[in-house]
Design a protein around this ligand. Sequence first.
Ligand SMILES: Cc1cc2nc3c(=O)[nH]c(=O)nc-3n(C[C@H](O)[C@H](O)[C@H](O)COP(=O)(O)O)c2cc1C
Length: 179
Amino acid sequence: MSSVIILGSSRSDGNTAKLVAQFSTQISAEVVDLSSYNILPYDYEFQNQNDDFLPLIDRLLTFDRLILASPVYWYSPSGTMKVFLDRLCDLLDIYKPRGRALKNKTVAVLATGSALSVPDCFEQIFSNTFEYLDMSFQGLFYSPSSEVGNLASQIKYMDEFIQQCFYQTQKTLSVEHRS
Ligand SMILES: Cc1cc2nc3c(=O)[nH]c(=O)nc-3n(C[C@H](O)[C@H](O)[C@H](O)COP(=O)(O)O)c2cc1C
């Protein structure tokens, strides 16, 4: 199954990017950094259609699994990720064949934050959105920022997450569940 990781952080070399780099190595995934794209906020009048959103979606739709990666900013996904999520509404309104193509995808989330555990509300934003979009949610891997540089530990728990979530049933794993 081909996978692409979509990084949405306010910095391309921060904690989430480091987690993404490690995870992409583990599963041989491509990485797309949203900060390299000009993606405008959702517009009810669709006056934003000359930005990079649609070409990006066409690229993402060539993969089987989409993995969204975001830091926790105020219990929520980053603004960069939220703008991307909002724009998925375009696929329900004016690009319906692409919206239908999205339904066949599986999806997962990577996240970092300074707290030891990921807030429920953070995961719910993703799980509810994926449910609405009829996408198959495989789980969320959370790493506290203090653990991001701990390579041996990351590899071990990423492997566990990949086995449990990608090859068995949906499960959320975060560091506090590990010890
Ligand atoms: C604006 C902002 C808000 C944040 N809010 C939270 C938060 O609500 N919970 C948390 O655990 N960490 C919070 N953090 C810490 C970041 O999630 C953490 O440092 C993360 O690893 C940063 O990833 P990045 O380097 O990709 O930006 C916040 C950081 C920023 C800059």
